[in-house]
Design a protein around this ligand. Sequence first.
Ligand SMILES: *Cc1c(COP(=O)(O)O)cnc(C)c1O
Length: 367
Amino acid sequence: MSVDYTKLAVQGVRQLQPYVPGKPIEEVARELGLAPENIVKLASNENPLGPSSKVLEAIAKAQSELTRYPDSNGYSLKNALCAHLNVAFDQITLGNGSNDVLDLLARAFVVPGTEVVFSQYAFIVYPIVTQAVGGKAVVVPALEWGHDLDAMAKAVTERTAMVFLANPNNPTGTCFSRSQLVKFLEQLPEHVIVVLDEAYFEYVDEAEYPNGLLLQNDFPNLVVCRTFSKAYGLAGLRVGYAVASPEITDMLNRVRQPFNVSSMALAAAEAALHDQPYLTKACQINHEGMVQITSAFNTLSVNYIPSKGNFVTADFGEKAADINQQLLQQGVIVRPVANYGMARHLRISIGLPEENERFIEALKQIL
Ligand SMILES: *Cc1c(COP(=O)(O)O)cnc(C)c1O
């Protein structure tokens, strides 16, 4: 070949490290010759409950419209979100998962050469979307695995276009409090867009945990992102959204692909939003599973990072990669986080009680 096509790519794109997803069940089954039904996947922070019956009904209903393009404006879902969140229609941007919205934010607001501030160990999509548009990542060292908001505020300069915050953060599960967030926002110049990623919002039940939406009146530069992928159980359908000031929302909707959310996904998300019993059950199962797994860690003297999400990340020392392999051999998929600079750790998503037990039993044998 006379042309090296990689050399033709945009510079930021050439330097990207591809996202490493959790291993799909079918892949592990193929590679290790295991039956798929004997494999437990605790690797991608998915909802272990399976889809809600309300969602399945909504999808069945939407089937007859499959030949039509979806509603580009997402009118019905956005209206439902407005009522549910008490925000205005022109504040909402729908995305193909909230990752899509994170990408839209970078594309609309990160001018090449400007800086984007986020924490060490923060969600890996932030460096990806930053680099893809030619932004300069400013990574602030973590404090006890969480965001060091004081240090992050100090890292902001007149060159900063955007800050990404994850609360709780993935893969560490750490949270910051309302007072810490407000203090941080008060220190920032108004030109800096602060993206508050609340992908695990629904799971957190703490008095001091901030709801970003309630701070947007005081801080119009604050963008809140949420998703239907986790507690609402729709990871496979891809729906997320941003809530922001109308000006910011207008810009996001200009770069957004007109049909970025499918008709099935729109219908499913609206049904999910109204299925409060499912959400309550998801949070309950998660809470119990978290106790089940962390108790086992305590018994086995495994150190873990206390987590507010639907996953927990534990320190397995030098043997982490080896333990991951042995878990796979036993049909238990968890998530290595070496690509986050956490080679000693593995992240375990909270599953159903029997799935958690499979993990615990496998781990006991290995250790
Ligand atoms: C899972 C996750 C998301 C959501 O991704 P979707 O694209 O909505 O599936 C966003 N942010 C963080 C930190 C996550 O862990």
